[in-house]
Design a protein around this ligand. Structure first.
Ligand code: NAD
Length: 496
């Protein structure tokens, strides 16, 4: 059955769409207009129990399905996602605010994870030694865990669930998703496609909600593993509570990503790439560059160019023609961003471009949560603005005399999601990539997002756990190894 009332969002339990019995609902808001698009239930613990128990029942037979058969619904899902790309992207833009092109881009990265997981027959292979002693062989098998859950953030409603879901089910687990309550509509479209892809009922479940819904998943005895992406304080909380309950956990947190520009860099290319990194998706990417550290003579050239770029960027509704940047997610987020810029100037920084309080074209967008690109210079590395994740289109500039000082500034942060360097020197790039403390490094790149066949790394306060999302790390996270040692004495074969 498809959704009977598209304004009230549904859960997907045991392969059926189900209206929640929750007491509390929350509005889903278009951040470009402040208009309420739909109503999302904050599901209760009893509903979490229902979806997890259905997943557990489905898991018992799903894990026995040969891996070559388990990946067949994923092949179908890939085709369905491609066929419905525009519908998914429009939905993402409406609820999340990013441009239509950005929404399509994130979905494409999600689809790539489905493609990689289709290779599970090879990825999940164990290993074997024959004759570890006379007549004795030893093997490692990978077996699924059971029911696994993912809790995802607002900024990539299409891609981030697909960092986990394909690997979890292809390895033989059942999977329950709790999407962000701020952007739950993309997931409704995704699960309509999942319904058509032909997974057995219950293998994939969807439960909408907020903190109480998450806590019920973290405490449920049948949930074996938890994948989380979101802010650092919540990532820490989820990691602690999940692991205290004996579950595996991989929790990706927030970021504060620096980029270093050396004097030998191609400044035109570097500025274009870094402005896209800082202002793309309205700065609401965990791989957005938030601090640029210019070295030596790069200082003035970069400053002039990035100011021009910031002033020229067209801001507006993400589905409108020519718009390069949408709104931020909520009014509270806009106020928070504005407050951090004020704090920065109080602590000595200089505003080069102030993007706050500016209107966008179109009367229907006058209530939207827009912040235009903002550039702040001479930011003190010890200031609040330098240390706090802004998650908005605000670029802070710092300066260093040489590469060594720049790397020290990079490594003075508690976050470790990404660090980038712009240079035409291989030796400088090599030194940077060796010494910079971050899980994802970009050389002449501004958004060093790992492809689906590499793990999405993250260090320090940006990641809690050991196995990351995507690719082999995903396979290892969702499986446990079983070691089998067998003795088959040759003398026994003589009886045949
Ligand atoms: P968030 O932490 O507010 O919410 C993420 C999820 O956690 C949501 O599903 C939400 O319902 C749930 N949640 C929120 N508060 C909770 C609580 N107190 N207890 C239990 N569950 C709770 O994050 P967000 O604002 O949706 O997303 C933005 C953040 O995500 C940024 O910090 C960004 O850097 C980070 N992020 C990180 C990565 C990465 O790969 N490291 C990727 C994307 C986003």
């Amino acid at each position: 059955m498809s959704n009977p009332d598209e304004h009230v969002l549904l859960n997907f339990v045991a392969g059926e769409w189900k209206r929640s019995t929750a007491d509390a609902y929350q509005g889903v808001v278009n951040p470009a207009t402040a208009e309420v698009l739909a109503s999302v239930p904050l599901s209760a613990a009893s509903e979490v129990d229902e979806v997890v128990r259905a997943a557990d029942r489905a898991y018992r037979s799903w894990r026995e399905v040969p891996v070559v058969e388990r990946v067949q619904p994923l092949y179908r899902l890939k085709v369905l996602l491609e066929e419905h790309l525009d519908e998914l992207a429009r939905t993402t833009t409406l609820e999340c605010g990013k441009t239509f092109g950005e929404s399509k881009g994130e979905l494409q990265r999600g689809i790539e994870n489905v493609e990689v997981a289709c290779g599970m027959p090879s990825l999940v292979q164990g290993w074997t030694n024959e004759d570890v002693a006379r007549g004795i062989d030893e093997h490692v098998f990978r077996q699924p865990l059971g029911v696994v859950a993912a809790i995802t953030p607002f900024n990539f409603p299409g891609m981030i669930p697909l960092w986990f879901l394909p690997y979890a089910v292809a390895t033989g687990n059942a999977f329950v998703l709790k999407p962000s309550e701020r952007v739950p509509m993309t997931t409704q479209v995704l699960f309509r496609l999942i319904e058509q892809a032909g997974f057995p009922k219950g293998v994939l479940g969807l439960v909408n909600g907020g903190k109480d819904t998450v806590d019920a998943l973290l405490d449920h005895p049948l949930v074996e593993a938890v994948s989380f992406v979101g802010s650092t304080p919540v990532a820490k909380y989820i990691y602690r509570r999940a692991t205290a309950n004996g579950k595996r956990a991989q929790c990706q947190g927030g970021a504060k990503n620096p980029a270093v520009i050396l004097p030998d860099a191609d400044l035109d290319m570097g500025t274009r790439i870094l402005a896209d990194s800082a202002f793309g998706c309205a700065g609401q990417r965990c791989l957005a560059t938030s601090v640029v550290i210019t070295v030596g003579e790069a200082r003035e050239g970069f400053k002039e160019r990035v100011v021009q770029d910031a002033l020229s960027r067209k801001v507006g509704f993400g589905l409108a023609e020519g718009v390069q940047m949408g709104p931020v997610i909520t009014a509270a987020s806009r106020e928070r961003i504005s407050g951090l810029v004020d704090q920065g100037t109080k602590e000595g920084a200089k505003l080069l471009v102030d993007g706050r309080g500016l209107a966008v074209d179109g009367d229907e967008y006058r209530n939207g949560y827009f912040v235009h690109p903002t550039v702040v210079d001479e930011v003190d590395p010890a200031s609040t603005l330098a240390r706090t994740e802004v998650f908005g289109p605000v670029l802070s500039l710092m300066h260093a005399e040489d590469l060594n000082e720049a790397i020290e500034l990079v490594n003075a942060r508690s976050f470790g999601n990404q660090a980038c360097v712009f240079t035409s020197s291989g030796a400088a790039a090599r030194e940077f990539r060796t010494r910079a403390r971050a899980g994802n490094i970009g050389v002449n790149l501004g958004v060093a997002a790992p492809m689906a066949f590499f793990p999405f790394s993250g260090w320090g306060e940006s990641f809690f756990g050991d196995l990351h999302a995507q690719a082999r790390h995903g396979v290892e996270f969702y499986t446990q190894t079983k070691v089998v040692i067998e003795r088959w004495p040759a003398s026994w074969s003589r009886q045949f």
